[in-house]
Write a protein that binds this ligand. Structure first.
Ligand SMILES: Cc1ncc(COP(=O)(O)O)c(C=O)c1O
Length: 406
């Protein structure tokens, strides 16, 4: 033990990994203090297993017990698709996972994820067999993708699982709903293609989302008349699942809610759930210096010191995905105290710590986390004029730790 501060720091980090309760996280001491977060992790992300599992339960309850198809695209919105899928694989409320990248679907399987996986995007023909052998459900979203799937099924002896992606008005992906019936007929005649589900995506304006639901339902009814019963139907991302119960169909398909944030910064209170932010974005202080009145910080010299001030540096910036707008008013928690972010560059950011040297090199800073309202993803977005999907920018290379401690 080098000094009390090092001991304290090691204890805090060790307690996280060992799963001790929050009491040890901020200042409490514990005799077992192995340094679990390696020094090379700077910054890093801690994921809360219990927060993910609680959020999934709350979401499913809101959808009257329906299952969740958890959208983990874009590396689970920057938080680690494998790690989050491994956590939610344990949840009885989660039916499966939806991603848009074929290789990431396979990565989930390689890492032991057992639940259903839906690929909501295109696939590389060379990976086709591997995908179906790993029970990954493919999406037919256009005539070309349908032909590709039919071609794949002709070379495979087992069943190819397929979901039908309909465009009901988002205009981005999926077969336009007017062409839906003829197209489904074509696919439903191939013996080793099993149509497992049909889905679409709702837009944000409520009245148009309602029109989309009518269009979707119209295709479902037409298929039923032809004796084609599609077992799973899903259309609702987070916003519509909160606002429109008629969007729930057989399962709901949220992304952002699972991570503990609402889709919009200014949601009506009646449309919100008591979600828990699921992660901490952390870094250790690497420099503490006293700068002088009149000095400036950063390339644009955005922050000018009005008095002599201690300034701390964290090795995280916008190249890591930390929102550059943080310098507009965001706060960071260190040693139980909030400090103002005064500069964000590509690889570093700076905190103003005032006239006293109250921080040391090595102190652990929480840039985002559940610990104070100001640093939750939603609180941070409000202070920095951001949006609630901010974590989607986090660089994949930021190491992740799954914690049972918060
Ligand atoms: C097809 C589809 N479904 C669901 C979602 C989840 O959206 P949200 O994170 O707003 O719940 C997305 C996200 O972009 C999506 O593309």
């Amino acid at each position: 033990m080098k000094n009390r501060r090092t001991f304290l720091k090691n204890t805090i980090l060790g307690s996280l990994a060992l799963g001790y309760t929050g009491a040890y996280l901020y200042g409490g001491l514990h005799p077992e203090n192995p340094m679990i977060v390696p020094e090379s992790y700077n910054p890093w992300i801690e994921l809360s297993r219990s927060a993910y599992l609680r959020n999934a339960k709350l979401i499913s309850e809101k959808a009257n017990g329906r299952g969740i198809l958890a959208v983990l695209k874009n590396n689970a919105y920057g938080l680690g698709d494998v790690e989050v899928a491994q956590i939610l694989d344990e949840s009885p409320f989660v039916h499966g996972f939806a991603l848009v990248n074929d290789r990431r679907c396979l990565a989930l399987r390689t890492n032991g994820v057992k639940k259903a996986i839906l690929l909501m995007g295109d696939f590389d023909q060379d990976l086709g067999l591997q995908l179906v052998q790993n029970n990954i459900t493919l999406s037919a979203f256009s005539m070309e993708s349908t032909e590709k799937i039919i071609g794949l099924a002709s070379t495979y002896s087992g069943q190819v699982l397929v979901e039908l992606y309909l465009d009901t008005g988002l205009g981005r992906m999926g077969m336009p709903y007017g062409k839906g019936v003829e197209w489904v007929k074509k696919l439903s005649n191939i013996p080793n293609i099993r149509i497992e589900g049909m889905y679409s995506t709702l837009t944000t304006p409520e009245d148009f989302a309602k029109e989309q639901i009518t269009r979707f339902q119209g295709v479902v009814s037409q298929l039923e008349e032809m004796d084609i019963n599609v077992p799973k139907l899903h259309i609702a991302p987070s916003l519509s699942m909160l606002q429109l119960p008629e969007s729930h169909f057989s399962m709901v398909r949220p992304g952002i809610l699972l991570h503990g944030s609402h889709p919009l910064v200014d949601m009506k209170a009646t449309d919100t759930l008591a979600l828990q932010p699921t992660y901490r974005l952390r870094a250790r202080v690497i420099r503490v210096e006293k700068l002088k009145k009149g000095d400036t910080i950063g390339f644009s010299r955005f922050y000018k010191l009005e008095n002599d001030e201690w300034i701390a540096t964290l090795p995280i910036g916008w190249a890591d995905g930390y929102f550059s707008g943080a310098e507009n008013g965001a706060k960071v928690l260190v040693n139980n105290e909030l400090f103002k972010v005064v500069n964000v560059n590509a690889s570093h950011c700076n905190l103003s710590i005032g006239s006293e040297k109250s921080l040391e090199v090595g102190d652990v800073a929480t840039l985002i986390g559940p610990d104070r309202p100001e640093i939750t993803p939603e609180g941070f977005s409000e202070l920095s004029n951001g949006h609630n999907y901010l974590q989607i920018q986090y660089k994949e290379s930021i190491p992740k730790i799954v914690s049972d401690a918060f």
